[in-house]
Design a protein around this ligand. Structure first.
Ligand code: HEC
Length: 236
């Protein structure tokens, strides 16, 4: 993690030095310009200038502009912040004499023995929990139920008892009760009977989940079961 945090690892050393170079050149130009600029209230010999000397040439509707110098406190603050910025960059980024806050935090965590490297894939506390088969099945049915509740209840009723669509809890099936047959009918639909083709609306995963869920409804007793449709098939 601390590796990720250090700036010099993501930029090449050359890029860092180029940046330092440009910042120094930029600062040099600014400072040179500031020194060379004539002092506008007094000239170089200290003689006070009058307003005429400060008047800029342009004029709009009688409004004229004086080329006043910026107040010294403003300029000094600017130079100080520039110098501070360069020193900061050299110390924290270029030479990494001191740590940036996040690295400092990690270091303190390590010292306190509280650090967990969340980026290391092999750390056991971090490994993805391996689901047991029953847990996998449970999460599949849970996901399938969600898909069913959102998309299918309008025609098959919340408990699968059937409405426009057939009862999915009984032993009678129009299109078969194996997983493959159920997935097929969900994918393709029976448009002329009102069963939509879902393959463009649900992902293959979702369709498998809802198929599992429908199979889990076998043998349950819905509140208002629709009369049997299709032929009687043994539980698959
Ligand atoms: C607009 C109404 C409607 C919706 C919504 C609907 N179905 Fe159906 N479904 C039907 C009808 C009608 C049939 C019967 C088709 C036939 O008679 O061949 C059917 C049949 C089925 C069958 C075959 C049943 C059998 O007896 O072979 C399955 C499985 C099924 N639907 C699953 C689903 C799933 C899963 C969803 C949601 C993703 C869903 N249906 C959404 C109307 C609908």
């Amino acid at each position: 993690m601390s590796q990720m945090l250090s700036w010099s690892n993501i930029s090449s050393p050359l890029a860092v030095w180029l940046m330092v170079f440009f910042v120094i050149v930029f600062m040099g130009i600014l400072i040179y310009a500031a020194i060379m600029k004539k002092d506008q209230v007094h000239d170089l010999s200290g003689k006070a200038l009058d307003e005429q000397d400060l008047l800029l040439e342009h004029e709009y509707d009688g409004i004229k502009e004086l080329d006043n110098a910026l107040p010294p406190w403003w300029k000094n603050l600017f130079y100080v912040s520039l110098i501070f910025g360069v020193i900061y960059m050299l110390i924290y980024h270029t030479f990494q004499v001191w740590n940036l806050p996040e690295a400092e935090y990690v270091k303190e965590l390590k010292e306190a023995g509280l650090f967990q490297d969340t980026t290391a894939p092999e750390s056991p506390s971090n490994a993805k929990p391996v689901l047991s088969e029953t847990e996998q099945k449970e999460s599949m049915l849970k996901a399938g139920k969600q898909v069913f509740m959102v998309n299918c209840v309008a025609c098959h009723a919340p408990d699968g008892g059937g409405a426009v669509g057939p009862n999915l809890c009984d032993e009678y099936w129009i299109h078969g009760n194996t997983k493959a047959e159920i997935i097929h009918i969900i994918n393709e639909g029976v448009l002329e009977k009102g069963m939509i083709s879902w393959k463009t609306m649900l992902s293959a995963d979702r369709i498998e989940q809802v198929a599992e869920y429908i199979m889990s409804l076998q043998g349950t007793t819905p509140a208002n079961p629709k009369e049997p449709q299709g032929i009687k098939v043994d539980k698959s």
